[in-house]
Design a protein around this ligand. Sequence first.
Ligand SMILES: C[S@@+](CC[C@H](N)C(=O)[O-])C[C@H]1O[C@@H](n2cnc3c(N)ncnc32)[C@H](O)[C@@H]1O
Length: 315
Amino acid sequence: MGNQSSKINIQNKKKQDAVIKPSTSISTNIGSIASSRRSSITEFFAKRKQSIASIMKREEDIKEHDREQRQHYLLKNVRKGNTRTLLDSPKRIVESGIGNGIWVLEMATQYPDAQVIGLDLKLPDIQLSNQTFYRANIIETWPIEPDSVDFLFQRNMVTCLQKDHWIHVFSEMFRVLKPGGSLELIEQDLLHHNPGPVLQALHAFYKEQFDQTKIDWELSTLRDALSQIGFIDIELITIDIPIGEWPTESDQKQFGFMNKDIQKAFLKNKKNEYMQRWSMSSMDYDVAVGEVCDEFEEYQSFTRVNCWMAKKPVY
Ligand SMILES: C[S@@+](CC[C@H](N)C(=O)[O-])C[C@H]1O[C@@H](n2cnc3c(N)ncnc32)[C@H](O)[C@@H]1O
C-alpha cells in the first residue's frame, strides 16, 4: 500500500496514559461533563434518525445513512481530522452533497464562529445555530453569493454526478469561493485494489453500469477540470485503507476491520438493486458477497482514497 500517514505511535500513547491519572474529583467532574455532552449528542442522533426516516421511506436507504456514518468516522480516523487543509478562523464553510449531515454537524461544532452550509437534494430538519442546509441541485446554480466561502468540501459524490457535470460543479465552487479560499475533494476509487476473482466479476458489472450511467469511475476528469477552471496549488494525496484484518500492524488491522464491515454493509444494502440489475437470485447474491468478503482477506484488498486540495487564486 502507498501512504502510511495514518499510523499512530501507540507505544508513546500507552506511556502517556500510564502517567496521567486524574484525581477522583477531577474525574467525577469530567464524568458529568462527558455524560451531559453524551446525552445531547444521543438526543441529536435520535432526532436525526426520525428526520431521516421522514425523508427516507426505504429501510435500505436508512441503513445506507448508517453505513455512511461509519465511513465518515473511518475516514476521519485515517485522515486524523475532518480536513487536511489547515483552516485559519474560517467564517463560511460549505459542503456540497451532505448525505447524513455528520461532517457539517462536526464542523459547526468545531468552528462555532463559522457559518457552516450544507447543500443537498434532500434536507434534514435539524439545525444548529451556526449551521444551514439549503435544498439545492449542485449541477445547477448554487444559492450562495460569489466570493463568500473560505472553505469548500465535497466527498463521495462521483456516483451522483455524470462525467460532464464536473466542470459545472467546479465552476460553481470557483465562483462562490473567496479569492485565496480552499477546496478539498475526497473520492474513493470505485473499484477496490487487489481484487480476487469474484470481486473482479462484480467489478465487470460495476464498470458496465458506470459506463451506462456516464459516471467518471476512473476519476479522470477531476484534475484537468480543476486546472481548466482556474484553481491553483492543486495537490492530490492518496491513502490506502486495507479491507479486512490482513495487515500485521495493529492500527491498520483496525482500519481494515472497519472498512470490511463498511464494504459488506454496502453490498447488503444494495442487494435488492443489484439482484434485479444483474439478474441474480437471492442465494447467488449472498454466496457472492460471502466469497468477496473472504477474498478481501486472501488477496489483501484495499480501498484507495483520493484527496484533492486546491485554491482559488488571489487576483
Ligand atoms: C453518496 S452520498 C455522500 C454524502 C456525503 N458527502 C458523505 O461523504 O457521506 C451523496 C449525497 O449527495 C446528494 N446528491 C446527489 N446528487 C445531488 C445533486 N445533484 N445536488 C445536490 N445533492 C446531491 C444525495 O442526496 C446524498 O445525500
